[in-house]
Design a binder for this molecule. Structure first.
Ligand code: UD1
Ligand code: MG
Length: 445
């Protein structure tokens, strides 16, 4: 599809989100809405993408790089926002897709259909993407004539009862013949209920100019516009349903799919089993034959083949889990390499560490790597055995095959195959417990 430009509107205040952050930066599956949209638009290989932002939206401008930025000084309406992008489109002759940054779930195939429809007729200036939501809410309505041609879009605030009864709604997405765009958009005024320059008015303007307009119908699922937190949660739900379906289609077993939450970039191997209540943050890659047990929380982690994770495990950024590793219940791992076949089975915190192959880390082991200023590394050799309730005070090394006695605080390096043990002398006082009880019982009488 040659000669497409895309303009993405993102300058609106997003008042209904009640947020300090720009609406389009709110995330679906751990990724800002605007980036979902740019990813989809990118599939059409557009000549250029222009994102319209307000002057103070540095976070959005940074997020969308290398897209071009057009600044709309004041948010005076969607039509006004498109005017702000006209300079960037100077000299561009193809078709212009207009998208709203708050409609993140649209699919590339739908956009292709719109471009095709636009190109099917020379006189067709605008193709609008319509949809029939279960509840048309405050979406703009598409007005059609007796033969089904699009004649106008009426905003909800300006619609009469008859127009509000129309079920066919405006998704906001348009494909516009670039040759007419500037003339059409400059003719838009703000004489309406909201006093805004409505992009949607270009349909009537095109028809007055002897051009035609058409619409394509899309699915509600992909056209949900996010204006408030309820709709944000709805968008999240739709995206999750898609990702769960894709995971199953690619050979993962989800025991209770509705309770598993993916990130936009989660990568799963074959024959992965995911138990209920598992949450994936961004940046997780899982190998083949891995089982992720119930209620585990994972982000920024790579898991090798046949590893077992959880239940109730927490894998944080930089947790690099090799194949056949076992990470058990209530274990937290951060920025550490856990090498092939190592086991960290219970109640441990491993950070800034390397755990060698086949090493066994006993229950309650803690790497103490941070004294409030600097972070230090713990290095555990292959086949080492760390007894329960050990504190490893970094920087510290435990050699291959060494054993650490339970309850030790290890702050000196331990040689390979040595026993490292740090304990106060154990004492025993025969009969002491009985005498203690006797004294207490007497005092009670
Ligand atoms: C808009 C449409 C409505 C459609 C709905 C679909 C208009 C006039 N109305 O209404 O027909 O049913 O979307 O979701 O177009 N924006 C700017 N600058 C502005 C105003 C808005 O860049 O001055 C951006 C916003 O950031 C947003 C998008 O345009 O990404 C849509 O604006 P919004 O205020 O959400 O319009 P709706 O009321 O949803
Ligand atoms: Mg909106």
């Amino acid at each position: 599809m040659s000669s497409i430009a895309a303009v993405v509107l993102a300058a609106g205040a997003g008042t209904r989100m009640k947020s300090a952050k720009p609406k389009v930066m709110h995330e679906v599956g751990g990724r800002p809405m605007i980036s979902h949209l740019l990813g989809t638009v990118g599939e059409l290989d557009p000549k250029k993408i222009v994102v319209v932002t307000s002057p103070n939206m540095e976070t959005v401008q940074k997020e969308v790089a290398p897209a071009e930025i057009a600044v709309q000084k004041e948010a005076l309406g969607t039509g006004h926002a498109v005017v702000a992008a006209l300079d960037n489109l100077k000299g561009f002759e193809g078709d212009v897709l207009i998208l709203y940054g708050d409609t993140p779930l649209i699919e590339a195939e739908t956009l292709r259909q719109m471009i095709e429809k636009r190109r099917a007729s020379e006189s067709c200036a605008v193709v609008v993407l319509g949809f029939e939501p279960d509840d048309p809410l405050e979406y703009g309505r598409l007005v059609t004539d007796a033969s089904g041609n699009l004649t106008a879009i009426v905003e909800f605030a300006d619609a009469n009862a008859e127009e509000r009864a129309v079920g066919l709604c405006n998704s906001g997405v348009m494909a516009i013949n670039g040759a007419h765009l500037a003339d059409l958009i400059r003719a838009v005024d703000n004489k309406n209920a909201k006093g805004e320059y409505y992009l949607t008015d270009i349909v009537e303007i095109a028809i007055k100019n002897g051009l035609t307009c058409a619409y394509v119908k899309g699915e509600e699922e992909e056209l949900l516009g996010v204006n408030n937190r309820s709709q944000l949660a709805e968008a999240e739900g739709i995206a999750q349903t898609r990702w769960r379906a894709a995971a199953k289609a690619e050979g993962a077993t989800l025991i209770d799919p509705e309770t598993v939450w993916f990130s936009h970039d989660t990568k799963l191997g074959r024959d992965v089993v995911i138990e209920p209540g598992v949450f994936f943050g961004p940046g997780v890659t899982v190998g083949d034959n891995v089982r992720i047990k119930a209620y585990s929380h994972l982000e920024g982690t790579t898991i090798g083949d046949a590893a077992q994770i959880g239940p109730f495990a927490r894998l944080r950024p930089g947790a690099d889990i090799a194949s056949e590793v076992k990470i058990g219940n209530f274990v937290e791992v951060k920025k550490s390499q856990i090498e092939t076949g190592a086991k960290v089975s219970h109640l441990s915190y491993i950070g800034d560490a390397r755990i060698g192959a086949e090493a066994n880390i006993g229950a309650g082991t803690i790497t103490s790597y941070y004294e409030g200023y600097d972070k230090f590394k713990t290095d555990i050799g292959a086949g080492a055995f760390i007894g329960s309730n050990t504190a490893l005070v970094a920087p510290v090394k435990v050699g291959d095959g060494a054993i650490i006695g339970a309850g030790s605080t290890v702050s000196k390096d331990v040689a390979a195959d040595a026993l490292g043990i740090e304990r106060a002398e154990e004492k025993q006082k025969p009969g002491w417990a009985k005498r203690f009880r006797d004294v207490k019982k007497k005092a009670k009488k």
